[in-house]
Ligand binder design. Structure first.
Ligand code: URA
Length: 223
C-alpha cells in the first residue's frame, strides 16, 4: 500500500478516537481533572472504543461511568452495566473469554465493537446536549471506520438519538423503545433499553429481554 494511503488511514482512525487529554468539553475536562487529582492511578480520559475493527455489529452505549470505564479505560468495564452486557455478548457468540471487569482479562469481542455516544465520564452519568453534539463527530467517524458494519445496537435513548444524528439523520428518524428496529442509511439499528443498574434492578430490562436484542442482531447478520 502506498505511504500516502497509510497516512490517510491513520488520520481517519485518529478522528474516531479523541485524544487522551481531549479539551473540547470544559465541564467534562474539569470533572476529569478532579478525578485525576483524587485517583491518579485511574484511566481518567476518554474511553477508547473496544473490539473488532472488522466488526459487523456495533454496540453504542451512553458514556463511561466514573468508577467503571473512566477508571479502567475500557467501555463498560468495571461498570455494573458491563456484567450483563459482556455476559450476553459471550452467550450470543459476540465475545469470547471471561469477563473479569479489568482490561487485562483477555476478553475478546468477536465481529463486534463497543463504543459510547460520549467518550468522557459526565457528572451524574448525564452528558449535556452540547457535550453530545461536541463528541458526535468521533461517533460518526467511528461508525464510518467500520468497513463491514451492518447492525447497530443502541443502548438507551441518548445512544439512539446520537447514532441517528451521527449518520446525518434526524433524531426522529427512528422510534425509541425496547426492541424497536429501523433502517438508518445502510445499517439496521436495533434499540435496547440501557443495561443500567436502574433498568435491571427495577425489572424494566430483564436478562432475556436484553439477550433477545442480540439474538435478533445475529439473525440479521445471518441474512
Ligand atoms: N459504561 C460505559 O462505558 N457506557 C455506558 O453507557 C455505561 C457504562
Amino acid at each position: 500500500m502506498p505511504r500516502t494511503d497509510l497516512a490517510g488511514l491513520e488520520r481517519r482512525a485518529m478522528a474516531a478516537e479523541p485524544p487522551r487529554d481531549c479539551p473540547l468539553c470544559p465541564r467534562l475536562v474539569a470533572y476529569r481533572q478532579i478525578n485525576r487529582a483524587a485517583n491518579p492511578d485511574w484511566w481518567n480520559g476518554p474511553a477508547p472504543s473496544f473490539g473488532d475493527p472488522d466488526a459487523r455489529l456495533a454496540v453504542v452505549g451512553l458514556a463511561p461511568g466514573r468508577t467503571g470505564a473512566n477508571r479502567t479505560g475500557r467501555p463498560f468495564t468495571g461498570d455494573f452495566a458491563g456484567v450483563l452486557l459482556f455476559e450476553t455478548l459471550i452467550k450470543q457468540g459476540f465475545a469470547r473469554g471471561t469477563y473479569d471487569a479489568r482490561p487485562e482479562d483477555g476478553l475478546q469481542l468477536v465481529d463486534c465493537l463497543i463504543t459510547n455516544a460520549v467518550r468522557c465520564a459526565p457528572p451524574g452519568n448525564k452528558p449535556e446536549t452540547l457535550e453530545e453534539a461536541t463528541c458526535r463527530p468521533f461517533l460518526a467517524a467511528r461508525l464510518d471506520e467500520l468497513p463491514n458494519l451492518k447492525v447497530i445496537v443502541t443502548l438507551g435513548d441518548v445512544s439512539r438519538r446520537n447514532v441517528l444524528r451521527a449518520l446525518g439523520l434526524k433524531a426522529s428518524a427512528g422510534v425509541g423503545g425496547h426492541g424497536s428496529e429501523f433502517q438508518a442509511g445502510p445499517y439496521t439499528v436495533i434499540n435496547s433499553y440501557h443495561c443500567s443498574r436502574l433498568n435491571t434492578n427495577t425489572g424494566r430490562l430483564t436478562p432475556q429481554m436484553f439477550e433477545d436484542i442480540f439474538i435478533r442482531a445475529r439473525a440479521l447478520l445471518a441474512r
